[in-house]
Design a protein around this ligand. Structure first.
Ligand SMILES: Nc1ncnc2c1ncn2[C@@H]1O[C@H](COP(=O)(O)OP(=O)(O)OP(=O)(O)O)[C@@H](O)[C@H]1O
Ligand SMILES: O=C(O)c1ccc[n+]([C@@H]2O[C@H](COP(=O)([O-])O)[C@@H](O)[C@H]2O)c1
Length: 297
């Protein structure tokens, strides 16, 4: 099937060939008619997906149920396109497969969407509009006892990602206005990116930004997981077993063998891991040798 192009909201959206939204776990009926229906979308590399990526949705779900008038109809992971060209990014096809294994085996309500992954780079504003189009225009929104209603598409992100919204030159002002003003976001606290600071600098959209403090601090990152694979260290319990098997079968993050001082310099240059000191850093004793490697986010 040829790529489809259709105009919508902020941008013209293009579907990859044979694309269809995964919706088998999307709730199509609103249980409480007084609540505002929402779908959560997490954008990122997922290189690879970790348990904490899944846990972000559970943290948000608890917060939403206890503090808001929203009703969650579904949650999606949207891996970024290969064109994002971040250091060490394995192919989108593999990152989508890993997210699918993780969501299918570990969750009863999360799904992965390949629209963003399997085409040219798409800004987050366009990704959220794509979900809006698929869920509200193609599927017709959600059924309520008073008829169909539109679903609000909301971004779920860590405070490091939302922090980049205040950095000059990273996001366009129009996109920020669209993502934060129109869609809205839940922000999960991440070690090293203080929630207060992140939200204060986006004060004009404060009403649509929901900061969520972590009750259990967890600073796992995909970078650390990749480094562990490359050093031949155990990654058990940091990510689902099925994802670990998939990575090993496809040799996605090859073991470099014992690491020398020279190699550690190269890792730092490639952006794969920051080996400099930081407040959030931790000393990890390598089981491959006697060296102590300092890891940070
Ligand atoms: N430990 C964590 N705490 C809070 N948010 C997190 C955490 N890990 C990932 N996230 C969030 O998950 C989303 C997707 O993250 P991403 O795939 O970039 O993972 P990452 O661990 O930051 O990756 P990398 O280490 O490759 O930069 C982002 O919004 C990010 O902020
Ligand atoms: O839309 C934008 O302008 C924009 C600017 C910066 C980052 N993003 C998105 O934020 C995500 C960052 O992922 P990562 O792995 O680099 O933390 C990824 O999905 C990017 O497409 C999006």
């Amino acid at each position: 099937m040829a790529a489809q192009i259709f105009a919508h909201k902020t941008t013209a959206l293009t579907n990859p060939p044979n694309y269809a939204l995964t919706s088998h776990r999307l709730c199509r009926t609103l249980h409480t008619s007084t609540k505002q229906p929402i779908v959560l979308v997490a954008c990122g590399s997922f290189n690879p997906i970790t348990y904490h990526h899944l846990r972000m949705f559970e943290i948000a779900k608890d917060f939403i149920q206890q503090n808001t008038n929203f009703e969650i109809l579904g949650g999606y992971l949207s891996p970024v396109s290969d064109e994002y060209k971040k250091a060490g990014l394995v192919s989108a096809h593999h990152r989508v497969n890993m997210c699918a294994l993780a969501t299918e085996q570990e969750s009863s309500w999360l799904m992965v969407d390949s629209w963003e992954a399997l085409q040219t780079y798409q800004r987050t504003a366009a990704v959220l509009d794509h979900f809006d189009y698929e869920i509200n225009t193609v599927l017709g929104g959600v059924s309520t006892r008073d008829g169909e209603r539109d679903v609000q598409i909301m971004l779920l992100a860590g405070s490091d990602l939302i922090g980049t919204m205040s950095e000059p030159g990273v996001w366009s002002h129009d996109d920020l206005d669209h993502v934060l003003g129109h869609h809205g976001t839940f922000v999960i606290e991440r070690t090293g990116a203080a929630l207060d600071q992140v939200v204060d600098s986006l004060a004009r959209w404060r009403n649509n930004i929901y900061p969520i403090a972590q009750q259990v601090q967890n600073d796992v990152s995909s970078t650390k997981v990749r480094l562990f694979f490359r050093r031949g260290l155990s990654v058990q319990y940091l990510l689902p077993a099925a994802v670990i098997d998939y990575i090993e079968q496809n040799n996605l993050y090859p073991d470099d063998g014992p690491c020398t001082e020279k190699d550690r310099g190269k890792e730092s240059e490639s952006g794969e891991v920051d080996t400099t000191s930081s407040e959030s850093g931790r000393n990890v004793q390598s089981t491959l040798g006697t060296e102590t490697t300092r890891l940070s986010n």
